[in-house]
Ligand binder design. Structure first.
Ligand SMILES: [Zn+2]
Length: 337
């Protein structure tokens, strides 16, 4: 069922003013919580350090990239602003009135419209990834007015949370090239391990994750991979990006299925190829399969070569086109900066 248009939905949600009024700065400070501000984010944290101080800047860059990805003019959202809590000790935030006691239980992060809460993480990469994951949720909830079915909601947050942060520049939708580049994240080795244990999921199983599936970690691995495949594949990307139009609909998955109906079996096959070959720096475009059917061999005896012997190309002419060969080296893929 169609719901509110995107921008109207955003306007109806609680404003920044309403959200920030709820923060008692003196109480937060007395509880050992400090504030770090950016254009699009105010972050309250009981963790400090240079990497934490850079989080609002990363978030601001992400906001511009979310706008471009979801085809929203950033100038139409001049007042969009989120409030986040990065928490090492939850009791401090509860004492400061920053952690409402009616939030559902969560392990690493939770978002409610313009506000989100993160558990402190052992690595700089994963702390930032989690911030961008929850930020993606905040953007989709408040600007798109919804986030689709569970695989898309969590897959997009994970896809646009997975990033490269180098020399102060952020790239979203970036597949890490190594473990060192993404310490603490671990989705690629997790998929490798599950496939090795014959626990790989079929495409349809990923699409059917329930609302509660993401209480476990593994569904995040699969949903990240699904959105990575769809968004980086030369034949699927354009159609996949149409799915963002359906995020407010109850029949999101049906709409999505219609977009891919004609080559659903191919998609299922490419999924199997992807998860079987998952590795750091996995290049979806290079692994794309050419499903063009081959032509029949010519009838009759093989044509004689002009000199009476077999030609260099073999008895039936040039070999049929095989799968696309490797392409030259490319720069890092991803969305933005
Ligand atoms: Zn999430």
């Amino acid at each position: 069922m169609p719901r509110l248009p995107v921008i109207i939905a955003a306007l109806l949600l609680p404003s920044l003013a309403a959200a920030s009024e709820a923060v008692d700065e003196a109480r937060a400070s007395a509880a050992g919580i400090h504030r770090i501000s950016g254009k699009r984010l105010t972050l309250y944290s009981d963790v400090s350090g240079p990497e934490v101080d850079q989080l609002p800047e990363a978030f601001d860059q992400a906001f511009s990239q979310w706008c471009r990805y979801f085809s929203v003019k950033e100038t139409k959202l001049p007042d969009w602003h989120a409030i986040g809590c990065l928490m090492k000790d939850r009791t401090r935030f509860a004492a400061a009135g920053l952690l409402p006691d009616d939030l559902p239980p969560f392990r690493h992060g939770y978002t409610s419209n313009y506000r989100f809460w993160l558990e402190e993480q052992p690595t700089d990469y994963y702390r930032r990834e989690l911030l961008l994951h929850e930020g993606t949720h905040a953007f989709m909830f408040t600007v798109l007015g919804g986030a689709g079915d569970p695989w898309y909601k969590e897959g997009m947050a994970e896809y646009l949370g997975t990033h490269r942060w180098r020399n102060g520049r952020l790239t979203l939708g970036y597949t890490p090239r190594s473990r060192e580049e993404s310490l603490g994240w671990g989705r690629i080795p997790a998929i490798q391990a599950m496939v090795a244990q014959h626990r790989g999921l079929r495409w349809n199983q990923v699409m059917e994750f329930s609302d509660t599936a993401h209480r476990e970690t593994e569904p995040y691995d699969w949903c990240w991979a699904a959105c990575t495949l769809l968004d980086q594949h030369p034949r699927y990307q354009k159609r996949f990006r149409q799915a963002m139009r359906f995020v407010q609909r109850d029949d999101f998955n049906e709409c999505f299925h219609r977009l891919f109906q004609k080559d659903w079996p191919n998609l299922c096959e490419e999924w199997q190829v992807m998860i079987a070959g998952m590795e750091y720096g996995y290049d979806v475009a290079r692994a794309a399969i050419d499903f063009t059917p081959g032509g029949p061999l010519p009838a009759g005896p093989p044509p004689a070569a002009s000199d009476g012997g077999p030609s260099d190309e073999g008895p039936y002419g040039p070999p049929p086109k095989g799968p696309k060969g490797p392409k030259g080296p490319k720069g890092p893929k991803g969305y933005g900066p």
